[in-house]
Structure formats: C-alpha cells, structure tokens
Write a protein that binds this ligand. Structure first.
Ligand code: PRT
Ligand code: ZN
Length: 210
C-alpha cells in the first residue's frame, strides 16, 4: 500500500501539540529538529516538517496527503482541501483591534482608515461583506506596533490571551474569524483506507481527552 505523507509545523505554536497527537495515536517516529522528513516505523506514513504557511498548498497539490494547520492559514491561502477533523488546540481568533484612545466606535468608522495585517485576504473578504472600504496594509509581522508608529489606524491579527494587544495599548474591536488546528486532506482523501484508519485513531485520542 502507498505510504502516506502528513505535513505538520516544523517549529512554532502548533508543533508540539501536533507531534503529541500523532504519538498518542501510537505512531513511532523520531522528532529530530534537524530533519525535514521522518518515517513512521509502525505505520505506512512519513511526517513532513514544514513552515505552517506552506502546508495548505502541499496538501492541495497532493505532495502531502494530510496536514495539520490553523484554519486561519487555510482561509488566507484560499486552497481547495478537505476539512477532515477539528483538533481542539491552537485556538485563537482573528480580530480587528484599535488603539485605546480613538474615535472608532462603529464598523463604519473604519471606512477610509488604514488597517495593518498579515491576513489581507480574510480581512478583505470580511470588510467587503460588511460594505466597508479600508486601506489594508499588508505587513509580515509585528502588526501590533503599527498604530503606535503611526503606520495604521487599526490592526487585524490573531489574539489568544489578549496580552499582546493590551501591552501595545490596543483593544479588541471586531471578531473576524475564530480558528483552531484542523486535520486537512487532499480532495478525495476521505476515501483512502489508511486515512480512515488514522482518522479513527485521532478521533479516539480526542474522545479520551474530553
Ligand atoms: O514558522 P511558521 O511560519 O511555521 O510559524 P508562524 O510564526 O507563522 O506561526 P506560529 O507558530 O506563531 O502560529 C501557528 C498557528 O498557531 C497560527 O497560524 C494560529 O493558527 C495558531 N495560534 C494560536 C496563534 C496564536 N494562538 C497567537 N496568539 N498564532 C499566533 N499568535 C500570535 C499573534 O499573532 C500575536 O502576535 O500571538 C500574539 C498574540 O497572543 P496573545 O496571547 O498575546 O493574545
Ligand atoms: Zn507561518
């Protein structure tokens, strides 16, 4: 039978929980930080360690059969993949936040305002749906310092505890999307017997945690 490939984050917020989940499924593999690919010794599976941003496309293109990644990354990259299972970790929400002292009171007040984000696709769709026209400024990181530097009037970024917003003098203003880590597969992958087997193991690990 063909060996499956699953792509997980190499390092970062989802790495540890992804590795833990696979190990709890009874899969034996080495988790060397230096290797990009690790064979599983007791299941026809290889684990690919990647930047999270690359995971949706690898799965869409069938280079990996499965992937574990945040819903926010899937939505932003606009790929066609099958959502197989919500995994209950990596929970956060994408929010618009504004400086504590500001004159933005309603969504309509964002018209004509500059919003800094690393999520221009999701934010663009959200604003369009609400009939708002803002100037979306795409930056690659440290979004929270942008209003303080005078680079934007608001931001749109992921929030979990809210501590980062607070320490940068910002407050949450609108919820754009909520997100958690999910198992995705290439289109049609639901029908593969090995994937079914793996999904059953994942589901029983998740049930045991409830
Ligand atoms: O290197 P690579 O590209 O793989 O990783 P990355 O740096 O792009 O992503 P990483 O590891 O930071 O996050 C991976 C995924 O974790 C995200 O895509 C989300 O699905 C999920 N996640 C959950 C979060 C957070 N919580 C989170 N709080 N991702 C980022 N943050 C950041 C946020 O951007 C902000 O800077 O944490 C800060 C806010 O946190 P609080 O707790 O202060 O609110
Ligand atoms: Zn990333």
């Amino acid at each position: 039978m063909k060996t499956l490939k699953i792509a997980i984050q190499k390092s970062g917020r989802l790495n540890e929980k992804s590795v833990e989940l696979l190990k709890n499924c009874g899969l034996n593999f080495e988790n060397y930080k230096s290797s990009l690919i690790s064979p599983v010794s007791n299941f026809p599976l290889e684990i690919l360690f990647l930047r999270d941003d690359d995971i949706p496309e690898y799965v869409q293109d069938g280079i990996a059969d499965l992937g574990i990644v945040g819903e926010n990354v899937i939505e932003e990259t606009e790929v066609e993949v099958a959502y197989l299972q919500r995994l209950g970790f990596g929970k956060c929400s994408l929010k618009i936040a504004v400086p504590n002292n500001n004159d933005i009171a309603t969504l309509a007040d964002l018209n004509g305002k500059a919003i800094a984000t690393t999520y221009p696709v999701i934010l663009g769709k959200y604003l369009k749906e609400k009939g708002i026209t803002s100037d979306i400024r795409t930056i690659s990181g440290s979004v929270e310092i942008s209003p303080g530097l005078g680079l934007s009037d608001a931001i749109c970024d992921l929030v979990s505890t809210g501590g980062t917003l607070k320490s940068n003098g910002l407050k949450p203003f609108a919820d754009v999307m909520s997100s958690e880590a999910v198992l995705i597969g290439s289109k049609g992958s639901e029908n593969n017997d090995l994937i079914q087997e793996l999904m059953q193991r994942i589901q029983s690990v998740l049930r045991a945690k409830e």
